[in-house]
Design a protein around this ligand. Structure first.
Ligand code: SAM
Length: 510
């Protein structure tokens, strides 16, 4: 049974931990080492006052404390817990025994900051953590969405490599760049052991990091950022999971629209320093730390090992090239070997195709799990040069119908191809105007981290996509048919002026 004395001990522990963290910040700031930030354990509201809960809005649960049943004092069955709402002190029937004030009382798991290989700083469990356990609150400055966009642009210009802005709700974000809790150091993994959850605490939404599974002391904590990488750098994901999506925020629009990588000139992402894992079995829970037997675990020793003795075991990392990163969305690949001496593929369509795929991707994905966003800062010249000219996997090559038609001897075949091309272009124009029409709706839903795109919007888009795909299919099948059945015009010969040139065979009609 918990007593008042236990509570006092717990508070003293928390104060000690708080002081230790402040000291760490100050020490690091003094020695000029990263990370430099101000440690806070409460969100700071920059554009408004924190909400105060009106008496009538206080959610009071029906729990009754029973000393023989620890779960009775606001455990899993508590109505407030079920609705992700913390009990209000002074109003909970369980009084001091209420276990549902974890954010308010900073009931964090013990964690430890450490230097990773390749991902900057990271956070590890400094005690065994149970599945579902609240680990820490993601604290920072609460700012408007607009301010978040401006800030991330500024950070980008300043050359800040790490992103610390997460989405709080439809119109607000938390920026932990300058001020935050140690949750700001938790790295991303495509196979994470933690997740974020939003809780209503005294009327305000707050973001917590929770364990998805039992986590042994010494294991690096990680959650799936799934963030909206609206602009700025793409960061190659170094989580090492077999299911790794290749990049941080790989599902986001920004990922598909932007084209440069931080790592190109960043020592931190030097790929030869990353250990190579041959198979999923070989893959550790964390790329950096295998699960450590907690009884033998010594954080101090490990910190030394990490900082001093961390020479890489392997000198190679298989890095997926950007070209091979799978994109969501419907793409059509047509391979035609029409001519060696003529360039049949137009790259002008790359941007448009990429944009459409990004759109489809957004419609498909549910935004509920997305946490991060980066403002739509423009790409610096330096960065844009580094990645110029690289094609992304999803941006499939497009057949230049006019070039193909010009190679054919049959005027009828030429006309058919050009006709299908016109239809395809019309469908593309329709899709383009639809994109502009529904864009505000899409963006609005993207900002709302709890919602997904409305079905009516998605249906409209899908219909236009299908029409365009059909038009493309018609065009490409016409090209394939023509190439298979119509002789080519000999190289250097003028284009046929009518359908009866010498070389022509009767064009195969439908
Ligand atoms: C919220 S911060 C995490 C703390 C950060 N590592 C630091 O040193 O302050 C997010 C940044 O960490 C880096 N990062 C996090 N997870 C990563 C991963 N799986 N692969 C590569 N970089 C990662 C990226 O630079 C990202 O923008």
């Amino acid at each position: 049974m918990e007593s008042e004395a236990d509570h006092t001990h717990c508070e003293i522990d928390q104060i000690e931990e708080h002081c230790a963290r402040q000291l760490l910040c100050l020490t690091e700031q003094r020695t000029g080492e990263e990370p430099r930030y101000t440690h806070i354990e409460q969100n700071e509201f920059l554009h408004r006052r924190p909400k105060t809960l009106a008496e009538e809005d206080i959610a009071i649960c029906e729990c009754k404390y029973d000393e023989n049943d620890p779960e009775s004092a606001c455990g899993e069955r508590c109505l407030n817990v079920i609705t992700n709402t913390e009990c209000t002190p002074g109003h909970c029937p369980c009084g001091v025994y209420c276990k549902n004030q974890r954010f308010q009382k900073c009931e964090y798991a013990k964690t430890k900051l450490f230097k990773t290989e390749g991902c900057g700083w990271g956070l590890l469990a400094n005690e065994n953590i149970k599945a579902g356990q609240f680990i820490i609150e993601y604290c920072g400055e609460v700012i408007t969405w607009k301010e978040a966009k401006q800030r991330s642009h500024t950070y980008e210009i300043q050359g800040l490599r790490d992103a610390f802005i997460i989405s709080l709700n439809a119109s607000e974000s938390i920026d932990a760049t300058e001020k935050g809790s140690v949750a700001r150091f938790i790295n991303h993994s495509c196979q994470p052991n933690c997740e974020t959850r939003k809780w209503n605490v005294l009327g305000e939404i707050r973001v917590g990091i929770f364990a998805k599974q039992d986590i042994l002391a010494g294991t690096e904590l990680a959650y799936d950022y799934n963030f909206e990488w609206y602009g700025g750098a793409k960061v190659r994901c170094l989580c090492g999971a077999s299911s790794c999506s290749g990049f941080l925020g790989a599902k986001s629009r920004g990922f598909q629209e932007d084209t440069y990588l931080w790592e190109d000139d960043d020592d931190r992402y030097s790929v030869e320093k990353i250990p190579l894992y041959d198979s999923a079995e070989d893959e550790p829970l964390s790329r950096l730390f295998k699960a450590v037997n907690s009884s033998e675990f010594d954080v101090a020793e490990m910190m030394v090992n990490v900082n001093v003795d961390s020479e890489p075991q392997s000198t190679a990392l298989v890095v997926q090239s950007l070209d091979s990163v799978p994109m969501e969305g419907v793409v059509m690949e047509v391979k035609t070997e029409v001519s060696e001496e003529r360039k049949l593929y137009s790259e002008n369509n790359q941007l448009a195709i990429s944009k459409k795929n990004a759109m489809i991707s957004r419609i498909r994905s549910n935004t509920a799990g997305r946490n991060y966003h980066i403002g739509s800062g423009s790409m610096s010249n330096k960065r844009s040069k580094q990645y110029n000219g690289k094609l992304k996997h999803g941006a499939q090559k497009q057949v230049d119908a006019k070039c193909v038609a010009a190679l054919l001897a049959s005027k009828e075949a030429q006309e058919e191809i050009l006709n299908y091309e016109r239809m395809k272009n019309n469908a593309a124009t329709h899709l383009e105007s639809l994109y502009n029409e529904i864009r505000p709706a899409i963006e609005e839903h993207e900002r709302d981290s709890q919602d997904s795109v409305a079905t009516s919007v998605a249906e409209k888009w899908i219909e236009a996509c299908c029409l365009k795909l059909k038009a493309e299919f018609d065009l490409y099948s016409s090209i394939v048919k023509s190439i298979a059945c119509t002789p080519r015009r000999p190289f250097g010969q003028a284009e046929p002026s009518d359908g009866n040139t010498e070389n022509e065979i009767k064009y195969l009609q439908n």
